[in-house]
Design a protein around this ligand. Structure first.
Ligand code: UD1
Ligand code: CA
Length: 460
């Protein structure tokens, strides 16, 4: 089908009580709008137009600008006005236009596909995706005649008492022949309780012009739930969470407590990996098989190999963790950390923009930044790479089989050669040649028979 998509995302979202544009509020770490964009992407439309207005510049950052045309609705005069703003971008497009709201992240591409297929099969001029719900409050209601044909939509605020009893609601999703759409949008007015141009008014217009209007009831009404406030957002997030977790568990991932495990839909996790509660895994994260993660760990935009263990309360962003690595508890793994096979990062360790070689160990209380570390290195407790001189960052190189004594300060730029050792408590500011021992600390002095001063008991 020759299909173009228009997503309405210019609204203020008054009921969110927020400075952030509504469609940028997140569920499982992703903006609501991203979910809608993903659902339509799977329909392979010829064009996708997003109508932006409130917070336009931020909203535009959500998606790949190569795939999307943005049009601006500078004043939010209603959904009908918003849809009409897309006219300029779609003037030469002839075919069907799918219009949807940017605030219903539970919609699936499967339901949209069915909807569009039905529209084509019935050769409708206008199709609306509707739902039967227990609580229709706030939604536009679908009006049908005795034959069951859709004759119009009435908004909550404009509805009569009887109309409010209607339990079939408008999802805000329409498939419309372009020839009718632009014509109809030119005709609607704002004579209603909200003084807005309602997109819903094109339905009655189509009916009055004896065009074919097709109401399609969605099979799972959750999918069309619109988010208008933060209570609805939390409900939607819960549904999304369950969808993701259920599919991961069915594919072989163990979750100790799926209610308290937060994973965004684009995350990939291998078989026999176990996730403990309170763990959040977001962004473009990929996790291999036989890993154990959590409890209470945060992972974002990172790649894990197989057999990785991340113990309690770690924070990992933008890192690459290879096979059989052990991390934590209480470790902070920052962007551009690369931790190779079999390495161990222990408690209260921070790693930033550093490579930790195969089998190397940073077991306790250390900071490693801007470092390239070889294999089988042992870093003693309390070691710090002093990478920052107040102006610039400098590199530390630690070659294979080095043994860094506890509490060593490595003042960068510095290189510790293969197999070298540093004494505990040393401040190392000159390169250490391969195979040598470097000690940089004050010599111990011993004063024999030293008597402490007697205690001063004055005033007691
Ligand atoms: C709308 C529908 C209602 C339907 C419901 C489904 C109308 C008049 N009503 O109501 O029938 O049941 O969605 O969730 O269409 N927007 C703009 N510019 C505007 C106004 C809104 O871009 O000037 C965008 C919003 O960003 C939002 C979408 O349109 O993504 C829907 O707007 P909203 O105000 O949430 O409409 P509802 O009152 O929920
Ligand atoms: Ca809404």
């Amino acid at each position: 089908m020759n299909l173009a998509v228009v997503i309405l995302a210019a609204g203020v979202g008054k009921r969110m009580k927020s400075d952030i544009p509504k469609v940028l509020h997140t569920a499982l770490g992703r903006p609501m709008l991203s979910y809608v964009l993903d659902a339509v992407d799977n329909l392979s439309p010829k064009r996708v137009v997003v109508v932006v207005g409130h917070g336009a510049e931020e909203v535009k950052k959500v998606s790949d600008p190569k795939k999307i045309t943005y049009v601006t609705q500078s004043k939010q005069l209603g959904t009908g006005h918003a849809a009409n703003c897309a006219n300029s971008a779609l003037k030469s497009f002839k075919g069907n236009i799918l219009i949807l709201n940017g605030d219903f992240p539970l919609i699936t591409s499967n339901s949209l596909k069915k909807f569009i297929r039905d529209h084509a099969k019935k050769n409708a001029d206008l199709s609306i995706l509707t739902a039967l719900v227990d609580d229709a409050y706030g939604y536009g209601r679908i009006k049908r005649d005795k034959n069951g044909d859709v004759i119009g939509i009435v908004e909550q605020k404009d509805a009569t008492r009887e109309e409010r009893f209607i339990d079939e609601i408008n999802s805000g999703t329409y498939c419309v022949k372009s020839s009718f759409l632009w014509n109809a949008l030119g005709k609607i007015n704002s004579r209603n309780k909200q003084s807005e141009y309602y997109l819903t008014d094109i339905v009655e217009l189509a009916h009055k012009n004896s065009l074919k209007v097709n109401g399609v009831i969605v099979s799972d009404s959750d999918e069309v739930m619109g988010v208008n406030d933060r209570v609805e957002l939390s409900y939607v997030e819960d549904v999304l969470k369950w969808r993701v977790n259920e599919s991961l568990m069915r594919s072989g991932v163990t979750m100790i407590d799926p209610e308290n495990t937060y994973i965004s839909p684009e995350v990939k996790i291998g078989r026999d990996t176990t996730i403990y509660p309170g763990t959040h895994i977001y962004g473009k994260t990929q996790i291999g098989s036989k890993c154990v993660i959590g409890p209470s760990t945060w992972v974002e935009d990172s790649r894990f190999g197989n057999g990785v263990t991340v113990k309690s309360s770690c924070y990992i962003t933008n890192a690459s963790i290879k096979n059989n690595v052990s991390i934590g508890p209480f470790a902070h793994i920052r962007p551009e950390a690369e931790i190779l096979d079999g390495a161990k990062i222990g408690n209260f360790v921070e790693i930033k923009k550093s490579k930790i070689g195969r089998g190397s160990k940073v077991s306790h209380l250390s900071y490693i930044g801007d470092t390239v570390m070889g294999k089988d290195v042992n870093i003693g407790a309390g070691t710090i790479t002093c990478n920052y001189d107040g102006i610039n960052k400098h590199k530390t190189v630690i070659e294979d089989n080095v043994f860094i004594g506890s509490d060593t300060m490595l003042v960068a730029p510095i290189k510790v050669g293969k197999g070298a050792t540093t004494g505990a408590g040393s401040t190392i500011s000159k390169d250490v040649p391969q195979g040598s021992l470097a000690i940089g600390r004050a010599r111990q002095t011993v004063i024999k028979d030293w008597k402490r001063k007697p205690k001063d008991n004055k005033g007691k």
